[in-house]
Design a protein around this ligand. Structure first.
Ligand code: ADP
Length: 463
């Protein structure tokens, strides 16, 4: 379905006086207007009626089919993502395939949710542990990976047997509506999963207060994560929040390895990823080579509309985002950082890559998530100092180590939920994605991803 068709269908079935206008961040053209619904409680209530209605093989079948359907609709889905998020079409299609991969993974996991029989201490005792769906899930997703974040959460929820209600980011609702259509076409009963286009705060409050919602799965800023955590009153939560990923460039870093993946680690999705490299922390002896590479890589980036075949990065999602990043750069330069890439250039919401040298912990850019195409270089005297600086953050999502021999040793001492050694692509379906500290808690993907949606029931019996 196209954005026009999705908007028409939504507006016909969801009356509402207030509207959400959705814009293309590249052209600023209006893509569509959606009625804001007030029927959040109703969606939750309907979802509840689906609890315990689908067997594991049926859930697996639906997920498998949805995965195939996404692949069949690769072009259409990719177009929607590029139109509302701005990322290059190739990256958007990559996201569609990535989402399909999650659904396939969870389809397989759905059939492998095992309970346990506990050891018999007394022949009369029968002790069993059941894993049951936790209940209706409230899902809140961001705009940077508008399709795959839903797939990662909702796929796992369905595998576990949980119906869910999802509120997508206001910038990217169409990917979510498309996802709902795919699940329905794959055979998921109407209302088992429902997207709601509604006010963020109101939805968050209902998810927190409504007793039928037994779990909230959120990906977004640390700020909103804190608000939800404080309101959720003992509800089970998954919080995938912000990051401040360091790339540790150690004295034995092999430049060829850094060159292979460093640019992707920084510039994917124009740097708008919570796992994006936020700080290149470089040991003295590698500063020249690494800086030369980062400057070269930045020059090779082509900023433009995601539908231009040669664009390697698209626009920033909003003007506020651009202004916030400019603010970070100004703060850094006012405290002594040097811009190596020449004058900061931007037009519309497109920002040309910026390379900043001499970043220190006193600067905001050292401590805050950039979420944009800005390379921040921090110089350190020794490998030990690289490590100290890397851990000097309240965030703890992803960290990357570039080193020939010391990767494992440094990984053990990094205070992060995920560490990549000579690699930057950590968000793999079979792996537990998630952070610690201000980056949140809970895991998505892997075996752990499904467990997040299960509750443990222990039953003891004396015969
Ligand atoms: P970002 O700044 O990257 O947009 P946010 O944390 O603001 O990150 O947004 C992530 C998701 O959280 C979006 O779907 C947004 O609408 C939603 N959101 C924002 N504020 C609230 C809130 N107070 N309660 C619940 N959800 C919210």
């Amino acid at each position: 379905m196209t954005i026009g068709e999705l908007a028409k269908k939504w507006n016909e079935t969801n009356p509402g006086s207030a509207k959400l206008d959705v814009f293309n961040p590249s052209t600023k053209e209006l893509l569509g207007s959606l009625n804001l619904t007030e029927e959040i409680e109703l969606a939750v209530k309907t979802a509840e009626t689906h609890l315990n209605t689908l067997t594991p093989p049926k859930r697996a079948e639906i997920l498998q089919k949805a995965s195939l359907l996404l692949k069949d609709n690769l072009d259409e889905a990719g177009h929607i993502i590029t139109l509302e998020n701005g990322k290059p079409l190739k990256e958007a299609k990559g996201e569609v395939l990535y989402c399909a991969e999650y659904l396939e993974w969870y389809a397989e996991e759905a059939k492998r949710i095992y309970g346990e029989i506990l050891p018999e201490w007394d022949p009369k005792l029968d002790l069993k542990v059941y894993l049951e769906p936790i209940g209706v899930v409230g899902v809140i997703t961001p705009w940077n990976f508008p399709l795959s974040m839903l797939g990662r959460k909702v796929g796992a929820a369905i595998a576990a047997g949980c119906p869910s209600v999802a509120k997508p980011a206001p910038e990217t609702p169409f990917s979510a509506l498309f996802f709902e259509e795919i699940l329905k076409e794959a055979g998921l009963p109407d209302g088992y999963f429902k997207v709601i286009i509604s006010d963020a705060e109101k939805t968050g409050d209902i998810f927190c207060k409504n007793k039928t919602v037994r779990k909230i799965s959120f990906t977004g800023s640390t700020e909103v994560g804190r608000i939800l955590s404080s309101k959720a009153d003992l509800k089970k939560l998954t919080m995938e929040l912000g990051g401040n990923a360091p790339a540790l460039v150690l004295s034995d870093c092999e430049m060829s390895v850094l060159k292979e993946c460093g640019a992707f680690g920084k510039f994917r999705n124009a740097g708008q990823a919570c796992t994006a490299i936020n700080r290149f922390i470089i040991q003295e002896s590698k500063v020249k080579d690494a800086t030369d590479f980062l400057l070269e890589a930045s020059k090779n980036i082509k900023v433009g509309d995601g539908f231009n075949a040669d664009s390697t990065i698209g626009p920033l999602i909003t003007e506020e985002s651009l202004n916030r990043i400019i603010g970070l750069i100004e703060d850094a330069t006012s405290k002594g950082a040097k811009i190596l890439s020449g004058e900061v250039k931007y037009h519309g919401q497109f920002l040309e890559p910026v390379v900043l040298d001499g970043v220190t912990p006193s600067m905001r850019i050292f401590n805050e998530e950039i979420f944009g195409p800005v390379v921040s270089i921090i110089r350190a005297k020794s490998d030990e100092e690289v490590l100290t600086l890397a851990n000097q953050t309240d965030y703890g999502l992803a960290a990357y180590v570039f080193s020939k021999h010391q990767g494992q040793k440094f990984a053990k001492r990094l205070d992060f939920g995920m560490v990549g050694i000579n690699m930057v692509y950590l968000a793999l379906v079979q792996a537990p994605f998630g952070g610690i500290k201000n980056s949140g808690f809970g895991r998505e993907g892997g075996r752990e991803g499904v467990k997040e949606f299960l509750k443990i029931k222990y039953v003891g019996e004396v015969s």
